[in-house]
Design a binder for this molecule. Structure first.
Ligand code: AMP
Ligand code: MG
Length: 468
């Protein structure tokens, strides 16, 4: 297999060649045909497991990239791919996909870590990135999951695994911050030129391509976070090294989809101050974009960069309001639609209603009685419903729009947990089942109806480890 590797060609300041450390007894546990098709692969390529597991030498060595970042607001001057390896790019249908292994062993940036990823966290990332794609939220993709017999030591011994991620590039805000912090302005420019030429070529037409580039990143990040907020997704670790320069959701760790509506929801148990709580995500995105702006200051005028950054709030709010109106089946933002959303969320919080099930039931008038049950059949909710009915002019169009925005199926932690426990016992079929279900979350899937039902009681007591 022939990979190009344009990122590696940028030179040794940006990445280091590495040797992969093969996992023992690798087993292709799941293969994502949808993602494979993006690469032009209609069937599983021969010896792909051996190749991805580093048992077959590549023409050009894989590389690990350098970056830094603000972790929980604290500056960390050097991070980098401590357990990831960029294999290179595959071109298909006028698109280039960078393939990156996660869990393939230590690199010069491992900082004492083992370079591994456990099966549990790999399944979660594999499923969630595809679920996000299914929801229409920009994200890295996942090509496959490889399980193994390599022991990996976390709170207990677990199996080492790896996933293959795909994105046009995996460059992060922190990839710029590392050079800016060292005063390496040539490298900042080189990296910006690479990103602009490859991924934002439209900015080259602008009088000020670097400012146009920053503007685009601000826009894409606003769209991404609006998607998260509309679908109740919490990332959990919004450090600047986990922010993609393409506005893709990246680095799935202790993420969570909100179940009972609670805007203060914190999915990451180590986030004691709630810095990355659900409702903080737009503010944090803006903070992170500020850090990126600082890192680009050698290329930008401070005042102009600040104006671009100040635009984030409006971009985000417009994108968020558009999505929330659509979730009610309303195709325009109006004072009325905004009020309806605010009041609904207020009632949801009071009643501890399930966020995604409530919206799904609200999509069709024929299930409004089930929606009402989520709100304890309260009088207030019924009044609210009658006001929604008044705003829904063309019923069929409204239902269609709402059904296209409100997924029937969501990757709840307990669902991932079932797939994880089965995989730990050697059966991967549940992973494939969830993958197929979550890739088309707006469809009915009558055979999987149990995953639309109210989550089982044990799901509420589920405690997740943040180690990965
Ligand atoms: P994350 O929280 O997964 O985004 O990781 C933060 C940083 O720690 C990144 O630079 C990772 O590459 C690195 N890292 C996380 N886990 C490991 C590990 N097991 N071995 C080496 N580096 C790791
Ligand atoms: Mg990370």
């Amino acid at each position: 297999m022939n990979f190009q590797n344009s990122f590696a060609e940028l030179g040794s300041a940006f990445s280091q060649p590495i040797e992969l450390s093969p996992l023992h007894e690798p087993l292709l546990a799941s293969w994502n045909t949808d993602a494979a098709q993006l690469l032009g692969w209609d069937s599983v390529p021969e010896q792909i497991t051996e190749l991805l597991n580093g048992q077959i030498p590549l023409e050009r060595p894989p590389v690990a990239s350098l970056y830094a970042g603000h972790q929980f607001g604290v500056w960390v001057s050097q991070l980098g791919d401590g357990r990831a390896a960029i294999l290179g790019e595959i071109e298909n249908d006028n698109a280039r996909w960078e393939l990156q292994l996660k869990g393939s062993g230590p690199t010069p940036f491992s900082r004492g870590g083992d370079g591994r990823a456990v099966l549990r966290s790999s399944i979660r990332e594999y499923l969630c990135s595809e679920a996000m794609h299914g929801l229409g939220i920009p994200t890295t993709r996942a090509l496959c999951l490889i399980d193994s017999k390599t022991p990996v030591y976390r709170e207990e011994v677990e199996s080492g695994a790896l996933i293959v991620r795909m994105a046009p590039t995996h460059i992060r805000f922190g990839s710029f911050e590392v050079f800016a912090s060292r005063g390496q302005t040539d490298e900042v420019r080189q990296l910006a030129d690479y990103v602009i030429q490859r991924f934002y070529p439209e900015c080259l037409q602008s009088d000020n391509p670097y400012l146009a580039f920053y503007q685009k990143v601000v826009e894409r990040t606003a769209e991404m976070v609006a998607g998260w907020m509309a679908q109740g997704f919490s990332h959990g670790v919004m450090n600047t090294d986990n922010m993609s320069i393409l506005g893709l959701t990246i680095d799935y760790g202790p993420f969570g989809f909100m179940e009972n509506y609670n805007p203060d929801y914190i999915c990451n148990h180590s986030d004691h101050s709630g810095r990355y709580a659900f409702n903080q995500q737009p503010n944090i995105a803006s903070w992170n974009l500020g850090a990126l702006g600082n890192a680009l200051l050698s290329l930008l005028e401070t005042k102009k960069a600040q104006t671009v950054l100040d635009g984030f709030k409006d971009l985000y709010l417009t994108a968020y309001k558009r999505r929330m109106s659509a979730k009610l089946g309303l195709n325009k933002i109006s004072e009325k639609s905004e009020k309806l959303v605010d009041e609904l969320l207020h009632l949801m919080r009071e009643c501890q209603a399930d966020y995604s099930r409530s919206f799904r039931f609200l999509s069709r008038e024929s299930t409004w009685d089930q929606a009402a049950k989520q709100f304890g059949d309260s009088k207030q909710f019924k009044t609210w419903l009658s006001r929604l009915a008044e705003c829904r002019a063309n019923h069929a169009d409204c239902e269609r729009l709402a059904l296209s925005q409100n997924p029937k199926y969501l990757l709840r932690n307990y669902m991932a947990q079932i797939a994880i426990e089965r995989a730990q016992q050697g059966s991967y079929t549940e992973i494939d089942r969830l993958l197929r279900l979550l890739q088309l979350p707006f469809d009915e899937h009558p055979e999987d109806e149990e995953y639309f039902a109210e989550p089982p009681d044990w799901a509420k007591r589920l405690s997740l480890s943040c180690s990965s």
